[in-house]
Design a protein around this ligand. Structure first.
Ligand SMILES: [Zn+2]
Ligand SMILES: [Zn+2]
Length: 169
């Protein structure tokens, strides 16, 4: 799933501007890595970014992808979902939004909601520390996984591995 061309260009312009101000060099690899995250609505992991760029950048390493993504995160150009480990996924949508997450295949999509933006934070949260941002994660089974489930039960074949059917997300 692709982000609109206009939005990608806005994100690229913000990246160039921010990098310039921070004195970060705009290397070809950094530009390509950011563009990949900025143009995907999939909230890709570092592995997914590497896989997408490999055909064009055969010498790109996973280590470079990680270092670049964390640099982008430090610059405030991407946010992350999940813990700061290998499984982290990267999000170039800096507008206030919430997430739909498929519990089965991990598909992650953005959505906006004025109602959820206005959710009151319980006072008890202050016991844990300060609050910078709130976002809601709605979990469920995406329509594609639900469809696969129906097809599998129709054919009586339960041997398929749902986790591997993730192409074209
Ligand atoms: Zn799914
Ligand atoms: Zn997002």
């Amino acid at each position: 799933m692709q982000v609109s061309r206009d939005e990608v260009e806005r994100r690229m312009a913000r990246f160039k501007e921010t990098a310039k101000r921070a004195g970060v060099k705009l290397t070809h690899q950094r530009l390509e890595i950011f563009r990949e995250v900025a143009s995907s609505a999939d909230h890709p992991s570092a592995e997914a970014v590497l896989k997408a760029l490999r055909p064009r950048l055969p010498t790109l390493s996973l280590d470079t992808v990680y270092r670049t993504l964390w640099l982008l995160s430090d610059l405030g150009l991407v946010s992350t979902l999940g813990p700061r480990r290998e499984v982290a996924r990267f999000d170039a949508n800096l507008a206030r939004h919430h997430h739909y997450v498929c519990a089965r295949c991990g598909l992650t999509r953005d959505f906006e909601s004025e109602e959820l933006n206005a959710l009151p934070i319980p006072e008890s949260v202050a016991d844990f520390g300060s609050v910078d941002a709130t976002s809601v994660e709605v979990r469920g089974v995406c329509s594609r996984c639900a469809k696969e489930e129906i097809e599998e039960s129709d054919s009586g074949d339960s041997g398929g591995d749902l986790g591997t059917k993730r192409s074209g997300q």
